[in-house]
Design a binder for this molecule. Structure first.
Ligand SMILES: NC(=O)c1ccc[n+]([C@@H]2O[C@H](COP(=O)([O-])OP(=O)(O)OC[C@H]3O[C@@H](n4cnc5c(N)ncnc54)[C@H](OP(=O)(O)O)[C@@H]3O)[C@@H](O)[C@H]2O)c1
Length: 299
């Protein structure tokens, strides 16, 4: 009888996963992947303003999810240099993960939070970063993500169960939010239709990451009960933006005139790290970025 009850309980109760930023580029892929197996509750701006912390706390407590995935963020790297925008970035990138970490700690839920390679700033002598390397951001966006990391890491020390996942240069299908940005490769394909020559930065060495691969690898961390902590999840192989576009046009068999420039030659408000290659030394590596790009283009 007891065995029967336990068995039916185990079989029929699907775990609840809450995704914030569920219509963003990564959030859309996470929701799509996880909904096949779990009870996924997917919130975006239409469902609630995640910065309304009182409402957020009440709704999360009521839902009592086993896993909370935070894919909401402030991601406009250049705008973030502006003082008012930076205040918004701090709310989304620092205060939100802090609040979620507190809530997950109290509920005994696992938290997955995403950070960025822009917390690092490499040199030709140190181009690659391991999970435990010390961040040193050089722009306001990187600073806001670093401050968010610190909040999550502090809660880890207090007993929070979770994964802090750094990633970089996301690409993939556009999120379902009307505000979702097209990925870099889609912008390049679009520009190639209208421009005689494309100007592309041949610096800023880091790793492209295909959002469906990142969603899958994030799911795996949680399902395999990999020890909680900091992880780097990126497609394998470091390259510049120029390398990426060259491969894009090679795969599409398009002849496009490109001019390689240095970072300084593009007028952008925020400085970018010249080297911010994330090394994944802890878990199964994701496939090489060229294979992921090929699949993306075929689909
Ligand atoms: N994109 C990259 O290349 C990259 C690189 C490194 C790390 N990351 C990190 O990866 C994660 C996912 O990035 P992403 O590119 O998928 O982000 P994204 O497409 O910008 O999605 C963020 C989502 O958060 C929602 N959101 C923002 N403010 C909100 C609010 N106040 N209330 C409710 N929802 C709100 C957005 O809604 P709206 O669409 O309505 O604004 C959007 O759906 C982030 O942590 C990001 O920092 C991204």
């Amino acid at each position: 009888m007891i065995v029967n009850f336990l068995f039916s309980h185990y079989t029929y109760r699907r775990m609840t996963i809450l995704i914030l930023g569920a219509q963003g580029n990564l959030g859309t892929q996470l929701a799509k992947l996880l909904a096949a197996e779990y009870n996924v509750v997917a919130w975006d701006r239409d469902d609630l303003d995640v910065l309304d912390f009182k409402l957020l706390a009440a709704k999360i407590k009521e839902l009592s999810p086993e896993l909370v995935i935070n894919a909401a963020a402030y991601n406009n790297v250049d705008k973030c240099e502006d003082k008012t925008e930076y205040e918004m970035a701090l709310k989304l990138n620092r205060d939100l993960p802090a609040k979620l970490a507190d809530l997950c700690l109290a509920l005994g839920a696992v938290l997955i939070h995403y950070s960025s390679d822009y917390v690092f700033n490499g040199t030709p002598e140190k181009m690659e970063f391991l999970e435990d390397d010390t961040p040193n951001p050089i722009n306001k966006y990187g600073e806001s993500k670093f401050l968010g990391e610190r909040e999550v890491l502090r809660r880890f020390e207090e007993g929070l169960s979770g994964y802090l996942i750094r990633t970089s240069k996301l690409f993939g299908p556009r999120g379902t939010s009307p505000q979702a940005k097209p990925s870099f490769f889609d912008i390049m394909l679009d520009l190639a239709q209208n421009k005689k020559e494309l100007i592309v930065v041949n610096e800023e060495l880091s790793c492209f990451t295909y959002t469906p691969d990142l969603a899958e690898a994030s799911k795996r961390l949680w399902e395999l009960e990999v020890p909680f902590g900091t992880y780097h999840l990126v497609n394998e192989g470091a390259c510049t933006w120029h390398d990426g576009v060259q491969e894009l046009f090679r795969l599409k068999k398009m002849k496009v005139v490109m001019r390689a420039v240095r970072s300084e030659n593009l007028a952008r408000a925020a400085r970018r790290p010249k080297f911010s290659v994330l090394k994944n030394t802890k878990v199964r590596k994701l496939r090489p970025w060229k294979l992921a790009l090929k699949e993306y283009l075929e689909n």
